[in-house]
Design a protein around this ligand. Structure first.
Ligand SMILES: *Cc1c(COP(=O)(O)O)cnc(C)c1O
Length: 230
């Protein structure tokens, strides 16, 4: 029963990704699906992996470490607010391949330090608080370009793109301007000579709008796994 439900939801999400991409004249293959597995069981993760999902997103380091010990062959993306004292654990996990949520200079320096110690260059995205919501982490849009310029000095941090979390609204059309602003920010940064290829934007409630606007990664939890307490 469980696997049937997961499969049905996955088929549904993939169809919607394809349709949204089509509306924007894009290919579905340009959009990476990150299955947000926070609060979901190992069994569900394994079942989704069997169905062909390659990337899983977690937002708490402790939960990620516990799951990682019990699983093999999983590629993780870290998507939550990252405390500096937890960076070392992520850097030791070779299969943690992207941090979506770089949101401060001190964190950037800590990632650089631990990446160097672990002889790796860590791919990261800059989280931008486009909506200006006080309860959200992320850089202010107007501070982002200066951050990108300064980050060039961090040899063990590979800045690959931008990420944002839109406010939850009933009608996702309302957050289209948020996504558009992130795209514009990337264009402004590109005009200064810094090409950031990835745009991580869109969750269960708003991923279709995000794809229409140019998302290259969508982070989907509930839409794939079902309700978290299920
Ligand atoms: C939980 C979470 C998601 C997934 O949210 P859903 O609404 O369940 O799809 C995406 N991104 C971040 C940063 C999250 O914390």
């Amino acid at each position: 029963m469980l696997e049937v439900d997961l499969k049905e939801r996955l088929v549904n999400i993939r169809e919607r990704i394809k349709a949204a991409a089509g509306r924007a004249g894009r290919e579905a293959s340009e959009i990476k699906l990150i299955a947000v597995s926070k609060n979901h069981s190992i069994d569900k993760i394994l079942a989704l992996k069997k169905l062909g999902i390659n990337f899983f997103g977690e937002s708490r380091v402790q939960e990620l470490r516990e799951k990682n010990e019990r699983l093999t062959g999983i590629t993780w993306h870290f998507i939550g607010h990252l405390q500096r004292n937890k960076v070392k654990y992520l850097m030791r996990m070779e299969n943690c391949q992207l941090i979506h949520s770089l949101d401060s200079w001190r964190l950037a320096r800590e990632i650089n330090k631990w990446a160097r110690k672990n002889k790796r260059v860590m791919p990261v995205l800059l989280e931008v608080n486009v909506s200006g919501d006080e309860n959200k982490f992320g850089l202010k849009p107007e501070d982002t370009l200066a951050f990108v310029e300064e980050a060039q000095s961090l040899k063990f941090v590979d800045l690959q793109g931008l990420m944002t979390i839109a406010p939850y609204v009933k009608d996702p059309e309302e957050v289209r301007p948020c996504f558009r602003q992130l795209v514009e920010l990337r264009e402004e940064i590109a005009a200064k000579g810094y090409q950031l290829k990835e745009l991580s934007m869109g969750m269960t409630n708003d991923f279709e709008v995000a794809i229409e606007e140019g998302a290259t990664m969508v982070r989907i939890g509930t839409g794939l796994f079902g309700k978290r307490d299920e």
